[in-house]
Design a protein around this ligand. Sequence first.
Ligand code: ATP
Ligand code: PAU
Ligand code: K
Length: 249
Amino acid sequence: MGNAIMTDLLIDIGNSRIKWALAADGELIGAARAATHDSLERLFAEWRQLAERPARVRVVNVARASVVNRITAWLQVHWERAPEFIQTPAAGDAIHSAYTHPTELGTDRWLAMLGAKAAGYLPVCVVDCGTAITVDVVTGDARHQGGLILSGLPAQKAGLARLAPQLPSIDLPTRPPFLATNTADALASGHIFGTAAAVQGVIRRCLAGSSERLTPVLTGGDAPIIARYLDLDARLRPDLVLEGLASLP
Ligand SMILES: Nc1ncnc2c1ncn2[C@@H]1O[C@H](COP(=O)(O)OP(=O)(O)OP(=O)(O)O)[C@@H](O)[C@H]1O
Ligand SMILES: CC(C)(CO)[C@@H](O)C(=O)NCCC(=O)O
Ligand SMILES: [K+]
């Protein structure tokens, strides 16, 4: 890191994982890195190796408080930095929210839309494939049309494990047979083909319902795998939430 560059540390705390990246001049420096909630020590070790302490630390958090408190304490002790927690704005923003109560919209969803705008994808259908899968439609003039929330791959896996504990846990092989002839494959097939079919159906309906030509953009930890099972043209942009954070003034 050169002296002249003012870098920001951007952190996206999701329900499954914590993603972070450095940014300068509104853009990410390299790809994001990720850690699970129980591997915070590894994440701290990586931060300790940064050449300089960041000028600012910006955080989006949709998860539980405990991990946030540990990160906040670490930043204070090691860098004397208080993170800036980003919230979905109430009104008058670069993306005009369709929500009746705009602040109810997940901040990660709002940032993913901002990231899509900054990357030049409007009009867009943003699909964030995390613990939950969220879908949001934004017009060419940055008007959010609304969206939906469905269970993502980790949530489905955990849900089945809890409600049908007699089944083996889902283990996704490289590509399960669609019509399976054993339990492990049947679970894996439903997991990925079912989720991809849901995502595809939702995207198609968004495209059909819009007078504009929407670009579907997939982001989030499970975007690469879900994209491989889609039978439509979609862009893959893994770190849209962090890109949205980077684009904030
Ligand atoms: N290296 C990796 N280690 C662990 N999980 C990974 C990795 N790469 C991709 N994933 C996938 O990322 C998924 C979680 O996605 P992501 O990190 O975007 O969710 P999240 O932001 O925590 O969720 P949400 O925003 O819905 O709360 C997991 O299901 C996992 O399969
Ligand atoms: C849906 C999640 C969990 C996805 O990360 C997050 O965006 C969230 O907590 N949203 C609040 C509810 C909403 O967006 O309507
Ligand atoms: K997310």
